[in-house]
Design a protein around this ligand. Sequence first.
Ligand code: ADP
Length: 432
Amino acid sequence: TTELQRLRWPVHVEVRLKSRSTSRFETIRTHVQAWITSFDRINLSSSLDGWEDVPELAASVERIVTSESACPSQSLSVDEMALQIHVYQPCESDAFEEFSNSTNEDDDETMAATVRELPNRSWEGLWDSLIYEDNIKLKLLDYIHATLVFSDAEVDFNLVSWNRVVLLHGPPGTGKTSLCRALAQKLSIRLSQRYSHARLLEINSHSLFSKWFSESGKLVQRLFSSISELADEEDAFLVVLIDEVESLTAARASAMAGTEPSDGLRVVNALLTQLDKLKHRKNVLVMSTSNLVKAIDSAFVDRADIVQYVDLPPREAVYEILRTSLCEIINRGIVSSTNVPSLQEALIYERTAPAHSSTMISNGSDAHEKSKLLGLRLLTLATQCKAQKMSGRALRRLPVLALARYIGAGSIISSDNTEIKGRTKVNGSTGS
Ligand code: ADP
């Protein structure tokens, strides 16, 4: 059996409960397990249907999905997988606590950090919306998994050690902050059997730095003592996100150069000392982001177990971002319904299509032909966006800009009363 066990692919099944469900997670897990094992094969990376027919599930469940996996095939038989079922109920409250680090008589504007309960409803879908090459997302999950294995085995920290710090860096708008949040959300779901709670504490270094700088490292110490209070709850998993970490740590470099007072130096030293203390906490993970890795103190970079560069999206990722944006506006009824080809389909069309066909306008006769032209056009657009070095953030707002332009054009057309006709024509074409 151990040999068999080894040959199985781990498959994570995420079961989201309705907000008003009061079912016990364990009961739901048992039902899901029984329901899934009744199938011959299960698709990976997809939403599963049919649980509505199981009364116990229909009453409580909102969605069941299988996560992406390193397994190359798209589906697996039940014998080929090691099922891991995670039942969760996202926290509805968007309200987050604020850590005010100011002394009482001070202004209450200072927000040292915000805390959110995980998994949180507002970050559902965030993980899937982020598209990267090189499996960055799975790599990060594997790293956490590895640290858990070591922690569980009580590996001697003097011989093998790690800092529980991850640093993501790269150009602005490439989804680094979102990825940290999405990862925290993912972990809270994956680790729900181990920890009864999970929280994300976000420190925005940029907005706080000037304040901290003038008040020396004391404030950092106070913030970290709040963090260690949260971490004392061993039953709770805590992710600490330090955004734009370069603004905190650049201070030391300038202090060294003698251009700044030594306050800056104290801030950074305090931060590093506190980070060192956190590494002994099994239930804590520190994630940090930076747009400028060169500006970060090397002592900080040195503490990161993983320094991951997050680049601007390549053409394939641009296609996926455009495709998912387009599908969303189709689903919401803003653009008339068309079949938007997947990246794989579009690439096949590209390989087989004559070079000029992506610029041809379909006369709308054949739905397949139309979808093919749409795929080719999106690929052309993706190439252009890539050449313009557009970030994920810039890409995600393209639909709004496109609609604004279209509305503008529409109102000009309306003066000669052909607005509606004009719209129908555009909607009915290849989804421009
Ligand atoms: P950063 O922290 O790198 O400046 P953000 O996390 O603030 O970037 O990203 C802003 C938004 O841009 C995200 O919420 C997401 O909608 C979009 N985005 C950025 N990169 C990507 C990507 N690789 N895939 C999908 N969406 C992305």
